[in-house]
Design a protein around this ligand. Structure first.
Ligand code: KG4
Ligand code: ZN
Length: 371
């Protein structure tokens, strides 16, 4: 299963497949950074009726879309399967029924073509995706340690990546993800789904100081936080606070904007504060913001300003590489294959993210395999 990983990198094209949540995505990336195509079919309209992603529905939609998307990604890249040197597919973490579709498709394709295959960690791919187009930064040991905040509808994680490639989770949410906090706020206020972009837009006209929403697991006078939770998150309290505040009331447009701006400010404040706390604790040189919530305009601004104040380099991907996509999967897959980590057809999927993420193959100590 190693063919295609040998013979130099000139145009080592990887087909990436992503089906961990509600986006069916396929992409072709050359040499880990040159995005030849990146296509996303969103199921958002289907899940909107439920106010969140329904795993079985997601799987059915992936099944319908996956082959069309993979072929379209090849066609948009101006390639055929014979131009591809390897296949990378998201294997963890994610919704089990959804992951199974992408992984089964990728295994079938690998079996039929003999192309090497690798299962890729979705969250590490988000981190890698922040550097797409500028991946040479990852070869520079001075950029490490990297502290990444991965925030989406399913995750709120602080990840540490060291120059030797070791990666681990140093903080995570104990309940809702930050994206869920936005989605549930929009659901409570009957604003539509997904809530994040709607809250972002409406909050622009509001006063972020109008309402004092709780800031979960943040120390405040007279109320400390258990040491083990200093870098963890909790967003269930703010959601409940919003519910109590608006229940049975009709808000004017300005009240709505003020409420959302304040809500958003609380989420952003907690995310940025804890990221910087972790960056300090681990001496991070680079702070990365990734995942769907990294599209949030206020979060981007506050994180960029705060990291710059502390003289840390901040890397925030353009929005198209923040939300789920397959270019990040193909990009990380390139390095996995170059590091000789091609999988057999018997690899499994994982719903959850372990604390210890092993070693990432894009770290400086693997620089030889980039060549
Ligand atoms: O990474 P992603 O596309 O999918 C996964 O959940 O894995 O992230 C989707 C999440 C949703 O919760 C959505 O509301 C949130 O990202 N989101 C935003 C914004 N754009 C997307 N949240 C806040 N502000 C935004 N502009
Ligand atoms: Zn994601």
């Amino acid at each position: 299963m190693k063919q295609g990983t040998e013979g130099g990198t000139a145009g080592m094209n990887i087909l990436g497949i992503e089906t961990s949540c509600d986006e069916t995505a396929a992409a072709v990336v050359a040499d880990g950074s040159d995005v030849r195509s990146s296509l996303i079919s969103s199921q958002v309209k289907i899940h909107a009726a439920y106010g969140g992603v329904v795993p079985e529905l997601a799987a059915r939609e992936h099944l319908k879309a996956i082959d069309v998307m993979a072929k379209a990604a090849l066609s948009e890249a101006g390639m055929e399967l014979r131009d591809i040197h390897g296949i990378a597919v998201t294997s963890e973490p994610g919704l089990v029924p959804a992951l199974l579709v992408g992984v089964s498709y990728a295994k079938g394709l690998s079996l039929a073509t003999g192309l090497p295959l690798v299962g890729v960690n979705h969250v590490l791919a988000h981190v890698y995706g922040s550097f797409l187009g500028n991946t040479s930064q990852l070869r520079d040991p001075q950029r490490y340690p990297i502290l990444a905040l991965a925030v989406s509808g399913g995750h709120t994680l602080l990840l540490l990546v060291q120059a030797d490639g070791r990666a681990r989770v140093v903080g995570r949410t104990l309940d809702d993800a930050a994206g869920e906090a936005f989605d549930k706020a929009a659901k409570i206020l009957d604003l539509g789904y997904p809530g994040g972009p709607i809250v972002d837009r409406l909050a622009k006209n509001g006063d972020p100081k109008a309402v004092a929403f709780p800031r979960g697991l943040m120390p405040r006078p007279g109320c400390g936080v258990a040491p083990e939770n200093i870098l963890n998150f909790s967003f269930s309290g703010i959601k409940t606070a919003l519910l109590y505040r608006v229940q049975g009331r009709t808000l004017s447009d300005q009240e709505l904007a003020d409420t959302l701006a304040s809500y958003q400010e609380s989420v952003v404040d907690v995310l940025v504060s804890k990221t910087l706390l972790a960056a300090e604790e681990y001496g991070a040189q680079t702070v990365v913001l990734c995942g769907g919530v990294a599209c949030n305009s206020r979060l981007r601004d506050v994180m960029a300003a705060a990291a710059a104040r502390e003289r840390r380099t901040v890397v925030i991907a353009p929005p198209k590489f923040c939300t789920d996509n397959a270019a990040m999967i193909a990009g990380l897959g390139f390095h996995e294959l170059r590091a000789g980590r091609a999988a057999g057809l018997d690899f499994s999927i994982g719903a959850r993210l372990p604390e210890d993420l092993g070693t990432v193959p894009f770290a400086p100590q693997y620089a030889d395999s980039w060549e």
